[in-house]
Design a protein around this ligand. Sequence first.
Ligand SMILES: CC(C)(COP(=O)(O)OP(=O)(O)OC[C@H]1O[C@@H](n2cnc3c(N)ncnc32)[C@H](O)[C@@H]1OP(=O)(O)O)[C@@H](O)C(=O)NCCC(=O)NCCS
Length: 114
Amino acid sequence: MVFPEDTNPLGNAFGGYVLGLMDKVGSYAAARRAKKPVVTVAVGRVEFKVPIRSGDLLEIVARVEHVGCTSLTVEVQVFKERFGGGPETRVLATHGQLVYVAIDEEGRPTPVDG
Ligand SMILES: CC(C)(COP(=O)(O)OP(=O)(O)OC[C@H]1O[C@@H](n2cnc3c(N)ncnc32)[C@H](O)[C@@H]1OP(=O)(O)O)[C@@H](O)C(=O)NCCC(=O)NCCS
Protein backbone atom coordinates (compact mmCIF):
# COMPACT_ATOMS: atom_id res chain seq x y z
CA MET A 1 0.00 0.00 0.00
CA VAL A 2 1.20 3.51 -0.79
CA PHE A 3 1.45 5.69 2.32
CA PRO A 4 1.41 9.49 2.62
CA GLU A 5 5.18 9.64 3.19
CA ASP A 6 5.65 8.08 -0.27
CA THR A 7 3.71 10.88 -1.97
CA ASN A 8 4.10 14.54 -2.90
CA PRO A 9 1.79 17.30 -1.58
CA LEU A 10 -0.71 16.46 -4.36
CA GLY A 11 -0.99 12.90 -3.00
CA ASN A 12 0.79 11.30 -5.98
CA ALA A 13 3.52 8.70 -5.36
CA PHE A 14 7.04 9.99 -5.99
CA GLY A 15 8.53 8.62 -9.20
CA GLY A 16 11.68 7.63 -7.33
CA TYR A 17 9.64 5.62 -4.83
CA VAL A 18 7.93 3.67 -7.62
CA LEU A 19 11.23 3.24 -9.47
CA GLY A 20 12.83 1.88 -6.28
CA LEU A 21 10.11 -0.75 -5.95
CA MET A 22 10.50 -1.66 -9.63
CA ASP A 23 14.27 -2.02 -9.21
CA LYS A 24 13.89 -4.28 -6.18
CA VAL A 25 11.33 -6.58 -7.79
CA GLY A 26 13.22 -6.57 -11.10
CA SER A 27 16.42 -7.58 -9.32
CA TYR A 28 14.67 -10.50 -7.59
CA ALA A 29 13.50 -11.79 -10.99
CA ALA A 30 16.96 -11.36 -12.52
CA ALA A 31 18.81 -13.00 -9.59
CA ARG A 32 16.32 -15.88 -9.55
CA ARG A 33 16.96 -16.51 -13.26
CA ALA A 34 20.73 -16.01 -13.02
CA LYS A 35 20.99 -18.04 -9.80
CA LYS A 36 23.57 -15.42 -8.80
CA PRO A 37 23.61 -11.96 -7.25
CA VAL A 38 22.94 -9.15 -9.70
CA VAL A 39 23.44 -5.39 -9.81
CA THR A 40 21.47 -2.83 -11.78
CA VAL A 41 23.48 -1.57 -14.74
CA ALA A 42 20.82 0.46 -16.58
CA VAL A 43 17.27 1.73 -16.33
CA GLY A 44 15.59 1.95 -19.73
CA ARG A 45 12.59 4.03 -20.68
CA VAL A 46 10.11 4.13 -17.80
CA GLU A 47 6.57 5.42 -18.38
CA PHE A 48 4.42 6.77 -15.56
CA LYS A 49 1.09 6.45 -17.35
CA VAL A 50 -1.42 6.93 -14.54
CA PRO A 51 -0.91 8.65 -11.15
CA ILE A 52 -0.48 6.36 -8.16
CA ARG A 53 -2.17 7.81 -5.09
CA SER A 54 -1.83 7.45 -1.35
CA GLY A 55 -3.90 4.43 -0.28
CA ASP A 56 -3.51 2.58 -3.60
CA LEU A 57 -2.50 -1.09 -3.53
CA LEU A 58 0.37 -1.99 -5.86
CA GLU A 59 1.16 -5.23 -7.62
CA ILE A 60 4.58 -5.34 -9.27
CA VAL A 61 5.23 -7.93 -11.97
CA ALA A 62 8.73 -8.59 -13.33
CA ARG A 63 9.49 -10.76 -16.34
CA VAL A 64 12.97 -11.61 -17.66
CA GLU A 65 12.74 -10.77 -21.37
CA HIS A 66 16.29 -11.27 -22.56
CA VAL A 67 19.31 -13.10 -21.24
CA GLY A 68 22.71 -12.11 -22.60
CA CYS A 69 26.09 -13.49 -21.56
CA THR A 70 26.21 -11.73 -18.17
CA SER A 71 23.22 -9.36 -18.48
CA LEU A 72 19.47 -9.81 -18.06
CA THR A 73 16.81 -7.42 -19.34
CA VAL A 74 13.69 -7.35 -17.20
CA GLU A 75 10.32 -5.79 -18.07
CA VAL A 76 8.64 -4.49 -14.92
CA GLN A 77 4.97 -3.53 -14.70
CA VAL A 78 3.29 -1.73 -11.80
CA PHE A 79 -0.45 -2.28 -11.46
CA LYS A 80 -2.46 -0.19 -9.03
CA GLU A 81 -5.78 -0.94 -7.43
CA ARG A 82 -7.89 1.39 -5.33
CA PHE A 83 -8.05 0.05 -1.78
CA GLY A 84 -11.60 -1.21 -1.30
CA GLY A 85 -12.38 -0.66 -5.00
CA GLY A 86 -11.92 -4.27 -6.07
CA PRO A 87 -10.13 -5.82 -9.05
CA GLU A 88 -12.15 -3.76 -11.56
CA THR A 89 -10.14 -0.69 -10.44
CA ARG A 90 -6.81 -2.43 -11.27
CA VAL A 91 -4.88 -0.61 -14.00
CA LEU A 92 -1.35 -0.62 -15.39
CA ALA A 93 0.13 2.56 -13.89
CA THR A 94 3.84 2.34 -14.70
CA HIS A 95 6.14 0.12 -16.73
CA GLY A 96 9.73 0.03 -17.87
CA GLN A 97 12.80 -2.04 -18.65
CA LEU A 98 15.72 -2.52 -16.31
CA VAL A 99 19.01 -4.25 -17.07
CA TYR A 100 20.96 -6.27 -14.51
CA VAL A 101 24.38 -7.90 -14.59
CA ALA A 102 25.25 -11.11 -12.72
CA ILE A 103 28.34 -10.60 -10.61
CA ASP A 104 30.92 -12.82 -8.93
CA GLU A 105 32.39 -12.47 -5.42
CA GLU A 106 34.65 -9.63 -6.63
CA GLY A 107 31.75 -7.72 -8.20
CA ARG A 108 32.87 -8.56 -11.74
CA PRO A 109 30.40 -9.59 -14.47
CA THR A 110 29.99 -13.38 -14.57
CA PRO A 111 28.04 -15.55 -17.05
CA VAL A 112 24.39 -16.26 -16.29
CA ASP A 113 23.76 -19.94 -15.49
CA GLY A 114 21.95 -22.06 -18.04
C1 LIG B 1 27.48 -3.61 -13.62
C2 LIG B 1 29.01 -3.69 -13.74
C3 LIG B 1 29.53 -4.83 -12.85
C4 LIG B 1 29.33 -3.98 -15.19
O1 LIG B 1 30.73 -3.96 -15.31
P1 LIG B 1 31.39 -3.67 -16.76
O2 LIG B 1 32.83 -3.99 -16.68
O3 LIG B 1 30.96 -2.31 -17.19
O4 LIG B 1 30.64 -4.74 -17.62
P2 LIG B 1 30.76 -5.07 -19.17
O5 LIG B 1 31.12 -3.88 -20.00
O6 LIG B 1 31.62 -6.32 -19.27
O7 LIG B 1 29.23 -5.47 -19.49
C5 LIG B 1 28.61 -6.52 -18.82
C6 LIG B 1 27.23 -6.69 -19.42
O8 LIG B 1 26.44 -5.55 -19.11
C7 LIG B 1 25.92 -4.98 -20.31
N1 LIG B 1 25.86 -3.54 -20.13
C8 LIG B 1 26.86 -2.76 -19.69
N2 LIG B 1 26.44 -1.46 -19.65
C9 LIG B 1 25.15 -1.48 -20.09
C10 LIG B 1 24.16 -0.46 -20.29
N3 LIG B 1 24.42 0.83 -20.04
N4 LIG B 1 22.96 -0.83 -20.76
C11 LIG B 1 22.68 -2.12 -21.03
N5 LIG B 1 23.57 -3.14 -20.85
C12 LIG B 1 24.79 -2.80 -20.40
C13 LIG B 1 26.90 -5.40 -21.40
O9 LIG B 1 26.27 -5.37 -22.68
C14 LIG B 1 27.23 -6.81 -20.95
O10 LIG B 1 26.18 -7.68 -21.29
P3 LIG B 1 26.43 -9.22 -21.85
O11 LIG B 1 27.52 -9.84 -21.01
O12 LIG B 1 25.12 -9.92 -21.64
O13 LIG B 1 26.83 -9.08 -23.27
C15 LIG B 1 29.68 -2.34 -13.31
O14 LIG B 1 29.38 -1.36 -14.29
C16 LIG B 1 29.18 -1.89 -11.95
O15 LIG B 1 29.60 -2.43 -10.92
N6 LIG B 1 28.29 -0.85 -11.94
C17 LIG B 1 27.67 -0.39 -10.68
C18 LIG B 1 26.43 -1.23 -10.37
C19 LIG B 1 25.63 -0.64 -9.24
O16 LIG B 1 26.19 -0.17 -8.26
N7 LIG B 1 24.30 -0.64 -9.41
C20 LIG B 1 23.41 0.00 -8.48
C21 LIG B 1 23.18 -0.78 -7.26
S1 LIG B 1 22.69 -2.45 -7.51
